[in-house]
Design a protein around this ligand. Structure first.
Ligand SMILES: Cc1cc2nc3c(=O)[nH]c(=O)nc-3n(C[C@H](O)[C@H](O)[C@H](O)COP(=O)(O)OP(=O)(O)OC[C@H]3O[C@@H](n4cnc5c(N)ncnc54)[C@H](O)[C@@H]3O)c2cc1C
Length: 461
């Protein structure tokens, strides 16, 4: 192992201590399959291919270290959520297809749990479901409608509405009128999951090269920044928000959007005596500008949210990973949810980029003639989607084209291009501003119908 200094990009990674970087690629090599990117997608893909055929020669190339990207930084929700409305799939395909998407996600959660247990990955997995708290009358109505709408697509477990009395079996003394509850969600310490997965994959015989940036892919080979070549029959790019860092003949269109997080110091036992939260449910509310929270094993609250400004030209900047204004908004959201949480101290703040396609549908594809594939565009719901995508890519790479997974609507789906700048900048940042204003008004029981119409026009459904 080389020992390249690796600054932790999240509380989760920092809490693992010093991260020793694996060896970098320092010669030309030939393998059967090359995978670019050591996040959940790339690692699960390596895992499933190697499990299918241990004789396959697989190399995974990672620019920094496994888990450096969103996989080591996220909110740890292993949910059945997708970033697009399933009604769109029903309209464009069929009711059965929309149900198949939901089933694939619930199965994805089960599969992640199976792998964690089978491989004994210590990642603080707890399956307590997720609560969508209604913090005002307008959110309550919207969330009740969502329960009905989601159950149209759900086989099992059903989404349920909890009134304030029923909610108190999960959370007490919280500022909410009730909540929608979905049992199909777990929480993890994500850096432990991604780093544990990398160790498992390596133990199966996959060669992982870290500190190895890939700059270009052509049919049959890829080239690294140090000008080494990897020849491979199949090459799959799993670089999510970083996807434009690699040139590839199959291209694609996505933009990076920053999601930011903070984590509190460990809270006193008296706090949990007061609020319950004994099943470690993940928590959000019905606002438009999403927030997401989890209780950690050491009794902290990790809370994240959207709303960080989009950078002109879809640029990735380390400075976009922290934003005092968003930190303040997250702390405010936390105190609003738990009104008696007055003097909460924040231990760490961080952020990371997620990838959004123009129609919010992930793009999972493989061109068998070129032998090149890719997967990206999970927005903020990639912990489970990356597993679903990896098993789908496994089927595609192995030439098994007619499986349950390969018939899902995001397979070989190519979203349309984002608008050119400055329209893109104005549209994305405009939608953040509009969503924040609607949330402000809804908290004051104002419907904001016109702004909702504007938001629908900016964010495609
Ligand atoms: C703050 C935050 C909170 C989130 N919360 C949740 C959540 O609670 N639940 C949920 O479902 N989803 C969440 N997400 C989204 C989820 O984390 C991602 O969708 C998922 O981790 C993506 O996995 P990935 O492997 O596709 O990409 P990544 O984890 O981003 O991995 C891509 C890897 O590719 C590497 N790479 C990039 N360029 C190159 C190159 N040129 N050569 C070689 N390697 C390269 C990167 O270093 C990186 O390690 C969140 C994301 C963020 C940022």
């Amino acid at each position: 192992m080389s020992n390249v200094a690796a600054a932790p990009s999240s509380f989760w990674l920092a809490s693992l201590g010093h991260i020793e970087t694996r060896r970098k690629l320092d010669s030309d090599i030939s393998v059967d399959i090359a995978i670019v990117g050591g996040g959940f997608t790339g690692l699960y893909l390596a895992y499933y291919l190697k499990k299918h055929d241990p004789a396959l020669r697989i190399s995974l190339l990672e620019a920094r270290y496994c888990g450096f990207g969103a996989s080591g930084r996220n909110g740890g929700w292993v949910s059945a959520l997708v970033p697009f409305p399933k009604g769109k799939i029903e309209d464009d395909y069929s009711l059965e297809m929309a149900r198949a998407v939901d089933k694939a996600m619930v199965d994805g959660l089960e599969e992640i749990q199976r792998v964690i247990e089978l491989e004994a990955i210590d990642c603080e997995f707890r399956r307590g479901g997720t609560l969508f708290l209604a913090r005002n009358k307008i959110q309550e109505e919207r969330l009740k409608n969502n329960v009905e709408e989601e159950n149209r697509y759900r086989h099992s477990p059903p989404h349920v509405w909890l009134d304030s009395g029923e909610l108190s079996c999960h959370l007490k003394n919280v500022d909410a009128l009730g909540a929608a509850y979905d049992e199909a969600c777990a929480r993890v310490q994500p850096a432990k999951l991604v780093r544990g997965l990398a160790d498992v994959v390596e133990s199966l015989g996959v060669d992982i090269y870290e500190d190895t940036s890939v700059v270009g892919i052509v049919p049959g080979s890829l080239t690294t920044r140090d000008s080494f070549k990897v020849r491979a029959k199949s090459i799959v790019q799993c670089t999510e928000a970083f996807s434009s860092s690699v040139t590839s003949p199959i291209g694609g269109s996505m933009i990076p959007i920053y999601s930011l997080m903070v984590i509190t110091q460990p809270l006193a036992d008296s706090f949990f005596d007061n609020v319950g939260w004994s099943k470690y449910e993940t928590i959000t509310d019905g606002r438009n500008l999403i927030i997401y929270a989890q209780r950690t094993d050491d009794n902290r609250i990790a809370i994240g949210g959207r709303g960080a400004p989009y950078s002109f030209g879809s640029k990735l900047h380390a400075r976009s990973e922290r934003n005092p204004k968003i930190t303040d908004l997250l702390v405010k959201a936390l105190k609003e949810l738990f009104p008696h949480l007055k003097d909460v101290k924040i231990d760490y703040e961080w952020g990371g980029a997620i990838a959004a396609t123009r129609d919010l549908i992930p793009n999972i594809y493989y061109d068998e003639v070129l032998g090149i594939g890719a997967s990206y565009g999970y927005v903020g719901d990639g912990v489970t989607s990356s597993n679903v995508a990896a098993r789908t890519l496994r089927d595609l790479v192995l030439g098994e084209e007619d499986t349950e997974l390969t018939s899902l609507p995001w397979v070989n789906h190519r979203s349309r291009q984002w608008e050119p700048e400055p329209l893109r900048y104005l549209g994305v940042n405009g939608s953040i501003l509009v969503a924040r204003t609607i949330d402000y008004l809804e908290q004051r029981d104002v419907e904001a119908s016109f702004l909702k119409w504007v938001l629908r026009a900016l964010v495609p459904k």
